[in-house]
Design a protein around this ligand. Structure first.
Ligand SMILES: Cc1cc2nc3c(=O)[nH]c(=O)nc-3n(C[C@H](O)[C@H](O)[C@H](O)COP(=O)(O)OP(=O)(O)OC[C@H]3O[C@@H](n4cnc5c(N)ncnc54)[C@H](O)[C@@H]3O)c2cc1C
Length: 333
């Protein structure tokens, strides 16, 4: 996983923290202070799933993540569940908790109600997304209050300006980035312009879709800088854990690619979940080691609501917790 000299320059430039009116937002300030390590969860559908999730979150808490994020069911029934899980995680653990918020099939007033609720509960950052259209196929975006995530970012920025004061300092805003490209835009130059529009509208940082080939991430960071995007780019990492999970992810994260070398490693196994997990953890550990070597601004683990693989990756890296990883301190020889 080699990188060019250009990329070394890029990572340094990307370190510029996001400031708005002199204010540094929570996750932005964490990103400015060293590499962040964050965990993503999705809202479970029932009480038993929620209990299981909290057991895993308790285990992962010991890794001292910089922040955690909770996904949002675009247009679906899990929308309210996200808010419940966000408040529960924040209330129970005190972890910096970032809700994802998709704008598809939401009116302006619905979005405002959600934002007001988060502001009241002390949420500091939001991952602003468009979401996929229901049904997946052709969709009439004309009827939507928010056709693209950029509009949501603009809306949150305006919300911040209107409501800032007292204990509410405004939301820090994250947006999605796609190192391998988003299937909705065939022209990759246009796609970078759309990403830049989100940052120009007020996004402070970018969290990437999962990728399995670090070169794609480094190249994406380079292309961001060439497009004039200076927001930090947090790398999305997901250890593969089963064949069925790989197929599901290939469906959900359209356009995402499993490199041939990873597919060969998977095919060498007996196909059992145990063997697959070991391959997945080893691959993701190597990705993280390489990302750390090359100064990635943050690593975001797609946990799939489990703790085991993430804990094993930390162990394989030989580190106790995120603070030790982020400090960048090395043992003297
Ligand atoms: C880190 C991360 C977290 C995610 N979390 C969730 C989640 O919690 N819930 C969920 O449902 N989905 C989630 N997704 C998936 C995401 O909602 C979909 O991939 C969605 O299709 C794109 O969302 P976006 O925010 O990137 O949209 P946008 O930035 O709006 O981009 C969507 C497409 O439109 C194009 N585009 C943007 N602006 C314009 C324009 N002005 N003119 C023409 N084309 C334009 C873009 O290039 C892209 O192809 C997540 C994705 C990532 C990477």
């Amino acid at each position: 996983m080699d990188r060019t000299n250009l990329t070394t320059t890029v990572i340094d430039e990307v370190q510029a923290p996001a400031r708005k009116g002199g204010r540094l937002f929570m996750i932005s300030s964490l990103l400015a202070g060293g590499t962040t390590f964050s965990f993503e969860f999705f809202p479970p559908k029932d009480a038993a799933g929620a209990d299981r999730l909290f057991e895993h979150i308790q285990k992962l808490e010991s890794l001292n993540p910089s922040f955690v994020s909770i996904t949002y069911g675009a247009g679906g029934s899990t929308r309210k569940l996200t808010r419940d899980v966000v408040h529960r995680v924040k209330g129970r653990t005190g972890l910096v908790t970032m809700p994802h918020l998709t704008c598809v099939q939401h009116s302006v007033s619905e979005i405002d109600e959600i934002l007001e609720g988060y502001a009241e509960r002390g949420i500091t950052d939001i991952l602003a997304l468009r979401g996929d259209p229901p049904g997946g196929g052709a969709y009439n975006w004309e009827d939507e209050d928010f056709g693209y995530a950029c509009k949501l970012v603009e809306h949150i920025s305006a919300f911040n300006d209107r409501h800032r004061g007292g204990s509410f300092g405004g939301f820090g805003i994250g947006v999605a980035g796609f190192p391998e490209g988003h299937p909705g835009t065939a022209n990759r130059l246009d796609e970078m312009n759309h990403l830049k529009a989100k940052v120009d509208a007020g996004a402070d940082f970018i969290v990437t879709q999962m990728f399995f080939e670090n070169r794609d991430y480094y190249d994406f960071c380079d292309r961001c800088i060439l497009a004039g995007i200076k927001a930090p780019v947090v790398a999305g990492i997901m250890p593969v854990q089963s064949i069925s999970g790989m197929k599901r992810m290939a469906d959900l994260a359209l356009g995402m690619r499993f490199p041939a070398s990873l597919l060969r490693a998977v095919r060498r196994t007996d196909g059992s979940d145990d063997a697959l997990r070991r391959v997945g953890v080893h691959w993701a550990t190597e990705q993280c080691r390489d990302l750390l070597d090359h100064g990635a601004r943050g690593i975001h683990f797609y946990t799939l609501n489990k703790s085991g693989a993430t804990i094993e990756i930390y162990r394989s890296l030989g580190v106790r917790d995120s603070a030790q990883l982020a400090s960048g301190e090395m043992l003297p020889f």
